[in-house]
Design a protein around this ligand. Structure first.
Ligand code: DGL
Length: 274
C-alpha cells in the first residue's frame, strides 16, 4: 500500500517578486535546516519597485492565500522590502499564522555608523514609504540619512543569478551620486536583491565600511516565532518547493542555484496577470 508522504515539519513560505528573497531564505535555512520550505517569486509582477501599493497588496495577498490553500502554511516571510513596507497589516488581518516582514534595517545602521551619515539603498517604492520615514524618525534622529532608489540594481541581481555577468559600469552609474559622500560609512541593503550583488556594490562605494543586510536578524525572528507557535499543519509534500507565477525558460545556472539551495522542482502557480 502506498502511503501519502506528509511533512510534519513547520512549513515556511518565502515570498518575493523575484529571487532576492533567497538572501533571506539562506540565513533562515542555515539556522533552521529542518523546516519545510516553500519559495514563491512573482515574476509576473517583477519588478515591484515602481508598482502601486494597491497592486502590490492585491498580488501578495492573493498569492499567499492561494499557496496556503494548497499547502497549509505555519509562517510566511515576506522577503521583499517593497512589499513588506505596505502589505503587512493586510496579511496579518487575513492570516492567523505569524507573518514576518523584511523592512530596511535603519536602527542597526544608525547604531553602527561612526560618522552618523548613512544611506538607504532600496527600490524606488521603498524609499518613498511612510513606514520608512517613521523608522528614520524613530531610530536615526542623530544621523544624516541619504535615500537612493533603484530598479536597475534589482534587475542586475536577478540576471546575475541567471548566469549573466554583472555590468560594473551599470552598477556604478546607479551609485555614482553617493560616490562623493566621503563620510558615508554605512549603507542599508534595503532590497533583498542587493545582498546578492553586495561585492559589486562595495567596489563602487569604497568609502562604505558597513553594509547592513537583515538576513540573520530575520532568521532569529523566525526561530523565536516558531518556538512560540508550536502547532504544525501537515502538508502532503516532503520536498522544498519553488513557485513562479509565469513559466519561463530557465538556464542551467539558475537550476544549479536552486538545487544548491535545496529546491529541485520549479512549479507554476497560476495567478491572473495584470
Ligand atoms: N526584492 C524586492 C525588495 O526587497 C524588490 C525587487 C523588485 O523591485 O521587485 O524590495
Amino acid at each position: 500500500m502506498i502511503k501519502n508522504m506528509m511533512s510534519l515539519k513547520p512549513t515556511i513560505l518565502f515570498f518575493d517578486s523575484g529571487i532576492g528573497g533567497f538572501s533571506v531564505y539562506k540565513e533562515v535555512k542555515h539556522l533552521l535546516p529542518d523546516c519545510q520550505y516553500l519559495y514563491c517569486f512573482d515574476n509576473v509582477g517583477f519588478p515591484y519597485s515602481e508598482k502601486s501599493e494597491e497592486v502590490i497588496i492585491e498580488r501578495t495577498l492573493a498569492i499567499c492565500q492561494k499557496i496556503d490553500r494548497q499547502y497549509p502554511l505555519d509562517l510566511i516571510v515576506i522577503a521583499c522590502n517593497t512589499a513588506s513596507t505596505v502589505v503587512l497589516p493586510t496579511l496579518r488581518s487575513h492570516f492567523a499564522i505569524p507573518i514576518v516582514g523584511t523592512v530596511p534595517a535603519i536602527k542597526p545602521a544608525a547604531e553602527i555608523s561612526v560618522s552618523k551619515h548613512i544611506g538607504l539603498l532600496a527600490t524606488k517604492g521603498t524609499i518613498k514609504r511612510q513606514y520608512v520615514s517613521e523608522l528614520i524618525e524613530h531610530y536615526a534622529t542623530d544621523c544624516r540619512v541619504e535615500k537612493l532608489g533603484s530598479t536597475v540594481l534589482a534587475e542586475i541581481a536577478e540576471q546575475k543569478l541567471r548566469g549573466a555577468s554583472v555590468d560594473l559600469l551599470a552598477v556604478n552609474a546607479e551609485l555614482k551620486i553617493w560616490r562623493e559622500l566621503a563620510d558615508l560609512d554605512t549603507v542599508i541593503l534595503g532590497c533583498t536583491h542587493f545582498p546578492l550583488i553586495k561585492d559589486e556594490i562595495q567596489i563602487c562605494l569604497p568609502q562604505v565600511k558597513y553594509f547592513i543586510d537583515p538576513g540573520k536578524a530575520i532568521a532569529l525572528r523566525v526561530k523565536k516565532l516558531l518556538d512560540i507557535h508550536t502547532t504544525v499543519r501537515p502538508i502532503s509534500e516532503t520536498q522544498n518547493l519553488i513557485f513562479c507565477t509565469r513559466s519561463f525558460q530557465y538556464e542551467a545556472t539558475f537550476r544549479q542555484a536552486l538545487s544548491l539551495w535545496g529546491f529541485t522542482e520549479l512549479r507554476l502557480l497560476e495567478h491572473d496577470e495584470r
